[in-house]
Design a protein around this ligand. Structure first.
Ligand code: FES
Length: 106
């Protein structure tokens, strides 16, 4: 089961085990990781699951699909590493993935 590490703006580190097929958002919410609200429950309709993917993981995670890219416009402080965590499926290649949560969602 891949381990995913979430780092918040205060540099607090939380690592969780994420079953394959879950999304990074689900891994956060089901493990009470703060900083991800996920108001729409993963429907790519709220942008409150915004994360910054660690630079080293950008290739493995891949790029956002058009619907996600459009929704990211509603997130605050969007950067080149921004993704919506509900659109990142947990897969074996993401073992050790590191993402940062933003200062605020929405
Ligand atoms: Fe709403 Fe990801 S949970 S867009």
């Amino acid at each position: 089961m891949p381990k995913i590490t979430f780092i918040d703006m205060a540099d607090a580190v939380r690592s969780v085990e994420a079953p394959l097929g879950w999304t990074v958002m689900e891994a956060a919410v089901k493990n009470n990781v703060p900083g991800i609200e996920a108001e729409c429950g993963g429907a790519c309709a709220c942008a409150t699951c915004h994360v910054y993917v660690d630079e080293a993981w950008m290739d493995a995670v891949g790029t956002a699909q058009p619907m996600e890219a459009d929704m990211l416009d509603f997130a605050s402080d969007v950067r080149s590493t921004s993704r919506l965590s509900c659109q990142i499926k947990v897969k074996p290649e993401l073992e050790g993935l590191v993402v940062r949560t933003p200062e605020r969602q929405g």
